[in-house]
Write a protein of this length. Structure first.
Length: 337
């Protein structure tokens, strides 16, 4: 269910390597996942096109995002204001309207945090887990945002405190997958039912990992990439009807701190980081029907720690970082297949 991280984890650049949330090397506690940065990778141009949009008002990385009524909400994250262990997490919420290419400030999230995940159920955004801004510990906090009333509400805590997790929603149930917490990389899967405000344990993911991404296609969760003990290309699919996981075709580019969204029935894996290529502008799309991957047009800005959101016929890549010394981005770029 989990794999241990050495207790003697050493922070390389805490702003980007959240050792408190478990994303440092298990084989060598003195080496972080970003310790060997070599620059940027530019994958071959292929399918689709990118354009630049209005920048995010608050530049940030390791944020959460969700789409409601064709608006993309950017939530929390890390603003890069400090370069030491006193990480500054954010509460701010900003909504992007693709129709007007504008951002609007919304009610702040009650708990300042980063490295959390967001899922959307019936027009409500659920912010799950992450790292506390106040004491740099993993959280089991769950808070729900209603865009219609611009209000937040506390919900039942997740059983396992963790950060670097990913979430997906199927049939009104939110599944929290993987991450790291309490000195362990996790394969833990827990399901939240908002109708009863309760959590239930589910079958563990075969590969314990943090810093992964998830997409949902045709009632299946697809867990993509991540880290443990190196950048991963592994893809595993979860069927909630059978409570079972199945291995799928690996992603061509191993990476972590990537983002994923589903557009037109395909799962898009965007950006991220690995040791060989550094910060990535790579975009690869997974077709669940053929269990195959295809390269897409590269993102203009290579970055990791970003989020993506689909609205209408476009995918939006928001925020992230592209250096190792506290430089979160306000970049917003849209992809049209």
């Amino acid at each position: 269910m989990y794999r241990q991280i050495p207790i003697a984890c050493t922070v390389f650049v805490f702003a980007f390597v959240f050792a408190a949330s478990g994303c440092s090397s298990a084989s060598n506690p003195m080496v972080s996942p970003l310790a060997n940065a070599v620059g940027f990778r530019h994958a071959p141009q292929s399918v689709g096109s990118w354009s630049t949009k209005e920048s995010l008002p608050t530049a940030r990385s390791f944020l959460g995002a969700g789409t409601v009524n064709a608006k993309v909400y950017a939530i929390g994250g890390y603003d890069g204001a400090t370069g030491n262990l006193n990480i500054t997490g954010l509460r701010s919420v900003e909504a992007y309207d693709p129709r007007t290419d504008t951002w609007t400030s919304k009610a702040p999230m009650p708990t300042a945090r980063y490295e959390f995940a967001v899922g959307v159920i019936n027009g409500i955004l659920y912010a799950v887990g992450g790292v506390s801004s106040s004491n740099n510990i993993q959280l089991n906090t769950v808070e729900a945002y209603d865009p219609a009333t611009d209000t937040w509400t506390a919900k039942a805590s997740m059983p396992t405190a963790r950060a670097g997790l990913a979430v997906g929603v199927i049939d009104g149930i939110l599944y929290a997958v993987g991450g790291a917490g309490d000195g362990f990389y996790l394969s833990t899967v827990e399901a939240y039912n908002p109708a009863t405000n309760t959590w239930t344990a589910k079958a563990s993911m075969p590969t314990a990992r943090c810093c992964l991404a998830i997409g949902v296609v045709n009632g299946r969760l697809y867990a993509v990439g991540g880290y443990y003990p190196n950048p991963l290309s592994i893809v595993e699919a979860y069927n909630p009807a059978t409570n079972r996981w199945t291995p799928k075709a690996s992603m061509p580019t191993a990476r972590f701190n990537l983002a994923a969204s589903v557009l037109g029935g395909e799962l898009f894996a965007v950006g991220g980081y690995n040791y060989d290529d550094g910060f990535l502008d790579t975009v690869e799309a997974y077709d669940t029907a053929t269990d195959s991957w295809q390269a897409k047009s590269t993102m203009p800005t290579a970055r990791a720690g970003l989020v993506t959101g689909a609205a209408g016929s476009k995918l939006y890549a928001i925020g992230g970082y592209a250096c190792l010394v506290g430089c979160p981005l306000g970049k917003v770029e849209s992809f049209t297949p």
